[in-house]
Design a protein around this ligand. Structure first.
Ligand SMILES: Cc1ncc(COP(=O)(O)O)c(C=O)c1O
Length: 381
């Protein structure tokens, strides 16, 4: 049987395993020293002064929106071309979501359209760094400033990427990242909030653990005794375990290498597919270095997408589609979101196929995908 080539997968080595085993044999499986050590490592790689580790990218989004002050009745402005969690986390807090269409080539939130979508209740602008390519922060930042809004980024795809020399983690008021196995580095499940804002980080930290604090400076009654703690907000148990944090620290040492390999794979696809009729390749932007979480091609004729997708899968090339526009999900339709307001995202979705890309993929794997795609598209002509 031909080996199945997934669209993404982790790369876990002996040193990662050893790091986890060491924690298993230690005193703390959770709430121990591996978590702050991971947060320090995250700050180091991202240049974000504060990092708060959480047990998923989704909980990191929830904590980030909470920490940025999102309340019932507020609204966020975001892209429909994302994973549902970006929007769901706002609904968790009783806020609503205003979806704004994307740029036709990058699939990122279109700054041109953001300003007209801002209303009375808008609090946050939430760009997604789709496929690992940072959104256009230099155009979004002045829009946010003009309206007194904050930008909080969904960078689940883009840790290790950079925008005009600035790393992901420093481009927005706060940035959520994810450590799901297909992501730039993994902790199995996991996520983090990165920010320069000390207060926002403190609120995210509080939210991560029930809204409970033991910090003397925060307690209303600091003199009750060493057992004393107080709940100040309605938080959750969103803590990352020490096992996962140790895995994350070990993985982060390889982030540079992983991203470099992803870039080499993207370059190999670009070169091999450049002349391929019927196909649009991922866009690049001057001065913006993608982390290449995904390599998304678009077929020119949307009528062939389904067949091309099915045939690639039949050959063991486990392609994916990112994403069904969020407001198209039955849940969002039930909430009354229209389905035809985002023609660019809809068109992007209808043509998109995510080809396999992950650091451990060999050049021969890339060539196998290129050959199969060329052959299948040839049959469709
Ligand atoms: C754009 C985007 N946002 C948020 C998430 C949620 O991250 P997690 O799976 O770690 O909860 C994902 C992950 O699938 C994602 O791709």
């Amino acid at each position: 049987m031909t080996e199945v080539l997934p669209y993404g997968r982790q790369w876990v080595d002996d040193d990662d395993v050893a790091a986890v085993v060491e924690v298993l044999r230690s005193d703390y499986l959770t709430t121990g020293p591996a978590v702050p050590a991971f947060e320090t490592a995250l700050s180091d790689v991202s240049s974000a002064p504060n990092a708060v580790a959480l047990n998923s990218g989704t909980s990191a989004l929830h904590a980030m929106y909470f920490a940025a002050g999102l309340e019932p009745g507020d609204e966020i402005v975001t892209s429909p071309l994302t994973f549902a969690a970006t929007a769901n986390a706002a609904l968790y807090l009783g806020a609503t979501v205003r979806f704004v269409d994307v740029e036709p080539d990058t699939g990122n939130l279109d700054p041109e359209r953001v300003e007209e979508a801002i209303g009375e209740r808008t609090r946050l602008i939430v760009p997604i760094d789709y496929a690992g390519l940072p959104a256009d922060y230099d155009r979004l930042t002045p829009i946010a400033a003009r309206h007194g809004l904050r930008i909080v980024a969904d960078a689940a795809h883009s840790l290790g990427a950079s925008y005009r020399g600035r790393p992901v983690g420093t481009l927005a008021d706060a940035t959520e990242v994810s450590f799901h196995p297909v992501k730039p580095v993994t902790t199995a499940e996991g996520g983090a909030v990165l920010t320069a804002d000390v207060e926002l980080a403190a609120r995210a930290r509080l939210f991560r653990s029930h809204g409970i604090t033991r910090e003397a400076g925060m307690l209303e009654r600091p003199d009750e005794g060493a057992w004393w703690y107080e709940q100040h907000e309605l938080g959750f148990n969103y803590r990352l375990t020490d096992l996962q944090a140790a895995l994350g620290t070990s993985q982060l040492r390889k982030l540079g290498r992983f991203v470099e390999r992803r870039r080499a794979i993207a370059a190999r696809y670009d070169a091999a597919l450049a002349g391929q009729a019927g196909l649009t390749l991922p866009a690049r932007r001057d001065g913006v270095e993608s982390g290449w979480h995904l390599y998304v091609v678009r077929v020119e004729d949307e009528g062939v997408r389904r067949r091309v997708f099915d045939r690639l899968r039949a050959e063991g090339i486990w392609v994916q589609v990112h994403y069904l526009p969020v407001p198209w999900h039955p849940y969002y339709r039930r909430l009354g979101y229209p389905t035809d307001d985002w023609p660019v995202a809809a068109d992007f979705y209808r043509r998109a196929i995510s080809l396999p890309i992950f650091p451990r993929m060999g050049d021969e794997d890339v060539d196998r995908v290129v050959d199969a795609l060329g052959r299948i598209l040839g049959d469709e002509r």
